[in-house]
Ligand binder design. Structure first.
Ligand code: G3P
Ligand code: CA
Length: 265
């Protein structure tokens, strides 16, 4: 299939709020969406997984322990795989207290609740997690997008949706199912040139870990007609460094910091 159209270069770097404004608010909660938007983010980055009863939820880890009180609520259910719990069970959990008592009562959002909360206020950079744990999750995500009246039309015309994964087959599956939706590949080790050349035949975004992202990689991604946004740049110094290198976007837990750099300098 043909590649999706890549939006033309924006005058400013694109801000992707990593798991929402996860530097200030518990990650991947509705509060993290609201704060990211209050901090002028362009996109909210998040992670989708699937429950035991087939519901799509927002959760970074494959287990529930780090970001909820699941050990208190279900003491006998370790190691707390997301796919061993129903949505009704997950909805009993507190996803805010681990971060700060101020956020007690935050819930694990469903995918629908999360997309609804963003609304038309920002874009969605959706990461598909754990494709091997949840076979067919790509189709589930596509079905969900299609079930939302007007969503894909709006998101595509406004350039407000990108789907990405570390798992190349997941990104490619989304591209095959929805050829007009821009897709990205995440790398936690440096991609080879052959990786980039192959990706450039169908992908639009390369989002690499910042530790190995250098000028050569950034220039090569551009040469191949793709955009690059390193993750996760959470200090002003690291943002300045990569802005000077000409990245198209920055994935950050602190979108307000990036906004200040862009507007105040
Ligand atoms: O979008 C970049 C980033 O989310 C990838 O790493 O582990 O936070 O999902 P991770
Ligand atoms: Ca992610």
């Amino acid at each position: 299939a043909a590649k999706a159209a890549v939006p033309t270069a924006t005058p400013q770097v694109v801000t992707y709020a990593h798991r929402g404004s996860s530097g200030s608010v518990p990650e991947n909660t509705l509060a993290a969406v609201d704060f990211a938007i209050a901090q002028h983010t362009d996109f909210v980055e998040t992670d989708v997984r699937r429950t035991k009863d087939g519901q799509l939820i927002i959760m970074h880890d494959d287990q529930l322990g780090r970001t909820t009180n699941v050990e208190d609520v279900f003491p006998d259910r370790a190691p707390y795989w997301v796919h061993d719990f129903t949505l009704a069970e997950i909805k009993q959990l507190d996803a805010g207290s681990w971060f700060s008592p101020q956020f007690a009562g935050e819930k694990v959002p469903t995918f629908d609740e999360f997309v609804d909360r963003i609304g038309h206020r920002a874009g969605l950079l959706l990461e598909i997690k754990g494709a091997l744990l949840y076979p067919g999750i790509e189709q589930d995500v596509v079905d969900d997008f299609k079930s939302r009246p007007g969503y894909l039309n709006w998101a595509l015309s406004a350039h407000k949706l990108i789907v990405q994964s570390f798992w190349v087959p997941s990104s490619r599956a989304i591209h095959q199912l929805l050829p007009d939706v821009p897709v990205g590949i995440l790398y936690d080790v440096k991609p080879t040139d052959a990786d980039l050349v192959e990706a450039s035949t169908w992908a639009d975004h390369i989002n690499p870990g910042n530790g190995f992202t250098d000028q050569k990689l950034i220039d090569r991604v551009h040469e191949l007609g793709m955009q690059v946004a390193p993750y996760s740049l959470d200090t002003g110094q690291s943002m300045q460094k990569f802005l000077a290198m000409g990245v198209d976007g920055i994935i950050t837990a602190n979108p307000g910091m990036l906004h200040d750099i862009e507007t105040i300098g």
